[in-house]
Design a protein. Structure first.
Length: 156
């Protein structure tokens, strides 16, 4: 008779249902936190990639113009605009840019350029090293050169 009483009272406790529910909710909360972190990281990397791409395009424009004229200030005025403002501190040109590499007084990207010239009997070879820096990290850099012969370009 005791065995029948024991079998008749065999039912699932209600507390087990709540424990399963809490475990399932905890699983979904942890999963959501991981997914949000992954999306935030992907967004940050996407923005950084976009900034690097803009810096690369800007440096390509600088290299093309500099290879033609061989003059850093003239190159910056051509690429950025006629009202481009740049600081010259001990031979380093500094220009502040925004994330689209447009001129900006409060931009978080700094373009630094150093021009070196070598004069020879045949002409002048000049090199321009350009670096784009954001948060003390170099985003992109390029070195371009220009050669101007002494006699100028021949029309022959």
């Amino acid at each position: 008779m005791n065995i029948l009483k024991f079998i008749g009272k065999k039912r699932r406790p209600v507390n087990l249902f709540y424990m399963e529910l809490i475990i399932a909710l905890l699983f979904f909360i942890v999963s959501a936190a991981v997914i949000l972190k992954v999306f935030a990281t992907a967004d940050r990397k996407s923005r950084l990639s976009s900034v690097k791409e803009n810096a690369m395009i800007c440096s390509q424009s600088i290299a093309e113009v500099y290879s033609e004229n061989g003059n850093a200030p003239e190159t910056f005025l051509t690429v950025f605009s006629e009202n481009a403002f740049f600081d010259i501190d001990s031979g380093i040109y500094t220009i502040k840019l925004d994330e689209q590499c447009k001129l900006s007084d409060d931009g978080n990207i700094v373009m630094e350029a150093v021009e070196k010239r070598e004069k020879t009997d045949a002409g002048e070879l000049s090199h321009l090293s350009v670096s784009f820096i954001s948060d003390n990290e170099e985003l992109f850099s390029i070195v371009c050169s220009s050669y101007v012969p002494n006699g100028g370009v021949s029309d022959a």
